[in-house]
Design a protein around this ligand. Structure first.
Ligand code: E4P
Length: 224
């Protein structure tokens, strides 16, 4: 399972890209709206693209098929490797069908059920984003639905790639990997939390303190 960062924040992308653990970034209109409003959409996307050097999903804001296709074609003119995020609505499925004929990769977003995932696959989606956290928020079992999807994809030998999205905690990352998701797209705070452990910090403190004590006693012994 690959890890993507779910953000539109340049500082977060820079910091995490430096660690070498992410293979892409996913954005959405809400994430972009949290950033500097003086920077225009295209400029922000191109800045992110420059930093990522891997997968980048950019979401359309039209809700009609023609509008989605027009936006998608415009985005791939900015950078040809773009993946276009399309909402899981009937017009979105028609747009995915057209874009897949044109060879433009799509990421069907806002998927909350197995049947929606199946529809996205059959329309020709390249990626399908299952929203775990938002399912959990309303009392559904996000990981349970992801498990079902991954099991069916295995049995049916489907080639669309499953993204575990709306990740809220490190356990979501573990369970997504166990389910067999291809990718987990993780917010910055959850990703940083997932690589930290108090035992690591304490262990390092002890190693450094012990080595310091060793150097001090060595210096003392050489003076005698
Ligand atoms: C997926 O690509 C979405 O951007 C994202 O995971 C949404 O997550 P949220 O429920 O934290 O907004």
């Amino acid at each position: 399972m690959e890890l993507y960062l779910d953000t539109a924040n340049l500082e977060q992308i820079k910091e995490v890209a430096e660690l070498g653990i992410i293979r892409g970034v996913t954005t959405n209109p809400s994430l972009l709206a949290k950033e500097d409003p003086t920077v225009d959409f295209k400029q922000r996307i191109l800045e992110i693209h420059k930093l990522v050097g891997g997968h980048l999903s950019v979401e359309v804001i039209s809700t009609d098929k023609e509008g989605m296709i027009r936006e998608a074609e415009e985005i791939v003119e900015w950078f040809p490797e773009a993946t276009i995020k399309i909402p899981m609505i009937p017009q979105g499925l028609s747009a995915v069908k057209e874009l897949s004929k044109k060879g433009i990769p799509t990421n069907v977003t806002l998927v909350f059920s197995v049947t929606q995932a199946l529809a996205a696959h059959h329309a020709g989606a390249t990626y399908i984003s299952i929203f775990l956290g938002r399912l959990d928020d309303i009392g559904y079992d996000g990981i349970g639905i992801l498990n079902d999807v991954c099991e069916i994809w295995d049995v049916q030998n489907y080639d669309s790639l499953i993204i575990a999205a709306s990740i809220r905690n490190p356990l979501h990352i573990i369970e997504s990997a166990r389910a067999g998701a291809d990718i987990a797209t993780v917010p910055y705070n959850v990703l940083m939390q997932s690589i930290k452990n108090p035992l690591t910090e304490r262990g390092l403190e002890i190693f450094l303190r012990d080595y310091d004590n060793y150097l001090t006693s060595r210096q003392k012994s050489m003076l005698i």
